[in-house]
Every structure is written in structure tokens, then in C-alpha cells.
Ligand binder design. Structure first.
Ligand code: ZZB
Length: 267
């Protein structure tokens, strides 16, 4: 299934990972977290980016002075999609991927990144989410709590139990701005659905799956953009144009996940 891989550039590493990176990546190199999304039109509403705290991530050299943080599985898929050619030799096995360092997601938490198109131009934080699947996409998930019930429910839990999760509460408290207007759920679809379906925590997985399905359908078929270049247009019309803009600016690239679900929801 075809995702858009968004490039969230590291502005400031969290202290622990800063130590690990030191000396291994040139001072003037760019490093990106690369979440895979099916909703490029929601990128205005990014408030943070999630990693699985127990998932292992690699920092891979993509090209000269450019590195990415994704799972090894995703890097391997990217190799097949032509993304590591510029580093010289095409990797024949996963062991030959240009891996600079490996660390669990928890080590990256608290890192500040720049999210393309986001209202939060000051940057957003890498935060932990237990629900991230290591075997889907890139293992990195950008968070849009206005339109993704999973993201909203996780953020509310992180704020409630910041100490337990080992984060600073402020990292999870970025303002949630409306991005898409819908006839049924208003302009904050995810918070509305989380409330209506009485979802109390990220552990309500069945209700969250239902909410995700409803949010997808309503957003794609009935949503109208409230912000950005295509403000006032239907989501179904704006989506492809916003995706194309992100590809053209170099802020994103197409990424196919061969093992992901076969059904395409929204093209
Ligand atoms: C931003 C976004 C904004 C997303 C939204 C959804 C929504 P699907 O249909 O199950 O393939 N995602 C991507 N990779 C992972 C992963 N490894 N583990 C957990 N979640 C992941 O779901 C694709 C969506 O699931 C992706 O699109 C990503 O979150 C997340 F407003 O990116 B999305 C109603 C959903 N709204």
C-alpha cells in the first residue's frame, strides 16, 4: 500500500541520544524522522511524532549529509525502492544497510523535530506510543490529534500520566488546531469521536478501531479543508494536490509497504 513518507528534520536531540549520535553524524548533516502517512492533507495539524518505546530503530545514511530514523524493516523496503543508491553500493542483505546506530524508541523521546506544514513551526516532540506497530510503515507515526482518534487518545493519556511515561507534560500539550470541517463531527473529528464513543484510554482498541474507520470515511468523503493552500476545497480533491506539493518541495516521498494491508482506503 502506498504511503507518503514525511521528513521531520531533527532540530535538537534529546540528551541521551545526543551522546550516541556525537561523532557518528557530521555536525552539518540533516537527520530526519520519517513517518508514513495515508493522510498528507492533515499534516497542518501535526503536534508531535510517535515512536514505539520498545521498538528498535536505526539511524541510516540515506545520502551525503542526510540520515533517516526508521525501523530496519522499513530501511530495507526503501532500499528496494531505490533510496540508498547514492551511498554507493546497493545493499544485498539487511546487514549491508548503511546503519550508523541502533537504539530503542525510548532513547529518542524528547527530541525536537520540524514537522512540514505544521502550525507548530517552533517544532514538535518525539513521544512514546505503545500502539505503534514495528511491522507496518516505517515504525514512526506522525501525530494529528485533530483527525486521528489514536493520536488524540494517546496524547490525553501522556498528559495525564506524564511522569509514568517519563516525559515532560509540555511536550504533549501543543495546541490542537482544526484542519478539516466535517458535517457530522465538526472541525475536531478525533476529539469528538473519542468523546462520543466513550474512549477512556489508548487501551480501548476496539472502540479506537471503530473511531478510526469513521474518521477516515467522514474526513475523506465529506471533509472540507479549513487551512492551507487548498482551504475551502473538498478533502477528496485537496489530498492529491497537497501530497504532490510535499513531494515537489522534497518534504516527503512515496513509500510502498509491501507487507502492509492490501486494501487501499483513500488512494
Ligand atoms: C497521520 C494521520 C492523520 C493518520 C490522521 C491517520 C489519521 P492504516 O489505515 O491502518 O494503514 N500509522 C502508520 N504507521 C503506523 C504504525 N507502524 N503503527 C501504528 N500506526 C501507524 O493506517 C495508516 C495510518 O496509521 C497512518 O496515517 C498513520 O497515522 C498510522 F488524521 O498519519 B496517519 C482516522 C485516521 N486519521
Amino acid at each position: 500500500q502506498e504511503y507518503s513518507a514525511i521528513k521531520l528534520q531533527v532540530k535538537e536531540w534529546a540528551p541521551k541520544i545526543a551522546e550516541l549520535v556525537k561523532g557518528k553524524v557530521e555536525e552539518d548533516a540533516k537527520v530526519y524522522f520519517v513517518p508514513a502517512t495515508l493522510r498528507p492533507e492533515t499534516m497542518y495539524g501535526q503536534t508531535n511524532c510517535f515512536v514505539g518505546p520498545k521498538i528498535n530503530y536505526g539511524l541510516f545514511k540515506l545520502k551525503e549529509k542526510e540520515y533517516i530514523v526508521v525501523t530496519k524493516r522499513a530501511a530495507w523496503n526503501m532500499a528496494f525502492q531505490g533510496h540508498f543508491f547514492e551511498t554507493g553500493n546497493f545493499p544485498k542483505t539487511q546487514d549491508q544497510l548503511p546503519l550508523v546506530l541502533e537504539a530503542p524508541g525510548s532513547d529518542f523521546v524528547g527530541t525536537l523535530v520540524n514537522a512540514p506544514l505544521s502550525f507548530h513551526t517552533e517544532g514538535v516532540y518525539i513521544l512514546p506510543m505503545d500502539g505503534v506497530s514495528a511491522s507496518k510503515g516505517t515504525g514512526v507515526v506522525t501525530s494529528v490529534p485533530s483527525d486521528s482518534p489514536d493520536d488524540y487518545a494517546t496524547l490525553m493519556d501522556l498528559i495525564k500520566k506524564a511522569d509514568y511515561y517519563g516525559i515532560k507534560k509540555e511536550w504533549a500539550e501543543k495546541e490542537i488546531h482544526p484542519v478539516i470541517e466535517t458535517p457530522t463531527y465538526g472541525n475536531l473529528t478525533a476529539p469528538k469521536l473519542v468523546k462520543d464513543l466513550k474512549i477512556a484510554s489508548p487501551k480501548d482498541v476496539n472502540q479506537l478501531a471503530k473511531a478510526k474507520e469513521l474518521a477516515y470515511m467522514e474526513g475523506f468523503y465529506k471533509g472540507t479543508m479549513l487551512v492551507g493552500e487548498y482551504k475551502g476545497e473538498a478533502v477528496s480533491a485537496a489530498k492529491d494536490k497537497i501530497r504532490a506539493t510535499l513531494y515537489e518541495s522534497g518534504d516527503a516521498f512515496p513509500f510502498a509497504d509491501p507487507m502492509g494491508k492490501v486494501v487501499s482506503r483513500s488512494g
